[in-house]
Structures are given as C-alpha cells and as structure tokens.
Ligand binder design. Structure first.
Ligand code: 13P
Length: 257
C-alpha cells in the first residue's frame, strides 16, 4: 500500500512556546498515525533543531523550507543544504511560489538547488503550479511542463525518482479557495504521464501531492483520489488539532484500502 505523505509547511510562523505545545501534542498521538502515513514538518530554519530533537526516533521527518544555492562561503545570512543535512533534515521544499514571487527565484535557481539536494541524498519537495491568469487562459499544462522540463533537461530522465512533486496552484494558496479534487486528480495524472514519457519508472513510484487551502474539511476529497499521494498543508498545519485531523483522515482512507 502506498503511504500518503502529509507535510506541514509552517512558513514564517511559530514561536518556542507554540512549537513546544504542538510537538508534545503530536508526539502523544504519532505512534498511532505514522505507521501508514509519512509525516513531515517544515518549520522555519531557526526552529529546525528544536523540532528535530523532539521528533528524532519517531516516524516524523524534518524538512527545510529553503536552502541557498551555495554549499558554503561568504554568503551572509544564508543556510546550506550541507548544514541542513548536518542537523537532521531529510527533505527540502524547493520552488515554492512564495519564493518564486517574493525572492525572485526562477527555474534556473530552483534547478541549482534541486541538484544540491539530490547530491546530498536528501529528498526535494518540488513545488510547481500555475497562476490564476495562467489557469484562466488554459495554460496550466504548459506551465507545469516548463517547470518540470527545466529539471529534466539538467538532471535527465530519472530526475524525479526519490522526489516529491507538490502541485500547488498559486491561486489556491492562502486564499481559502482550494482546487477541485477532480481537476487535481487529472492534473496529477498529467504530471505522472509527462514524467513517464521520459522515465521508465512505474507511475506507482512517482509521488505527487497537492497543496493549496487544504484543511480537515476538504482533505478527504483530495486523499481519496488515486493520484493524489499526499498533501502539502500551510495554515491548517499550524493548528495542532487540525493537522492531526488531516493525518487521521489519511489514516482512515488507507485503512479502507
Ligand atoms: P495554505 O494551506 O495556507 O493555502 O498554503 C499552502 C502552501 O503554500 C503549502 O506549501
């Protein structure tokens, strides 16, 4: 049975107090839920080690929200993938639309970072997605292909093995308006078929999760779909009970399979 991957992207939120509370709650429940799901937490960099100390030896894993394009050197204010690995990080979110928009990251920068993450045997969580204008002008597939192609061109047909692709339509992020699960299912199928044109990997081994205004009320409709392999959860992952509910929903769905 394919595990569902549920990622909490805390973005620029949290404090020592709120994180301690969240983790002690999660730790008391996690042995039950982490057998079927893969649960990953992506806190702000400054809290990574604190989270790691709490989740070590559990089935919850640690993700960075970003890394620099350099491994080390005179780059004031940055953090490298090497440092991330050193403190227990196993996954790295790349290409998030907030980084593309507010930090001017383009496909070239994202591709460089993708290479660094792969080189150190960590798992990239590569975010791709279209804007509202692109959706309305029927360009979703074209945009997704372009974003995937920039990785394929550099790293070859097996680039997406051991990678999580997160389909995050930009218009659905932080808006309270999630995408339609039927549409997402078709887009995930499209993404998998596109990659399979290059790679001989079975579709079963490709991982594509959805992100954008996911909460405990709509999670089931996404997770029930055969090609939605998990969720990348933003604001709902900040509330411990809400996040746990989403994991519980995933658990129930897997139970029925
Ligand atoms: P929201 O769940 O707050 O819409 O954020 C989604 C997201 O950007 C996850 O990376």
């Amino acid at each position: 049975m394919k595990k569902k991957i549920i990622v909490a992207n805390w973005k620029l939120n949290g404090s020592i107090k709120s994180i301690s509370y969240f983790l002690s709650f999660l730790k008391s429940k996690i042995p039950l839920y982490s057998r079927k799901n893969i649960i990953i937490i992506a806190p702000p960099t400054v809290f990574l080690e604190r989270v790691y100390k709490n989740i070590r030896n559990t089935n919850v894993f640690l993700s960075a929200q970003n890394i620099d394009v350099n491994i080390n050197g005179a780059f004031t204010g940055e953090n490298s993938v090497l440092m991330m690995k050193d403190i227990g990080v196993q996954y790295v979110i790349l290409g998030h639309s907030e980084r593309r928009l507010f930090h001017y990251e383009n496909d070239e920068i994202i591709t460089k970072k993708f290479g660094l993450v792969k080189k150190l045997n960590l798992v990239p969580i590569l975010c791709i997605g279209e804007t509202e204008i692109e959706k309305k002008s029927n360009q979703t597939k074209k945009i997704l292909k372009k974003q995937l192609k920039s990785i394929l061109t550099v790293f070859g047909e097996t680039a997406f093995r051991n990678t999580i692709i997160a389909y995050e339509p930009i218009w659905a992020i932080g808006t309270g308006v999630s995408a339609n699960p039927d549409d997402v299912q078709l887009i995930h199928q499209f993404i998998k078929n596109y990659i399979k044109k290059y790679d001989t990997i079975s579709a079963e081994k490709l991982i594509v999760q959805y992100g954008g205004s996911v909460n405990s009320l709509n999670a089931e409709n996404f997770l029930k779909k055969v090609d939605i392999d998990g969720l990348l959860v933003g604001s709902a992952s900040l509330k411990h009970e809400e996040f746990l509910k989403i994991i519980e929903i995933s658990d129930n769905i897997l139970q029925k399979k």
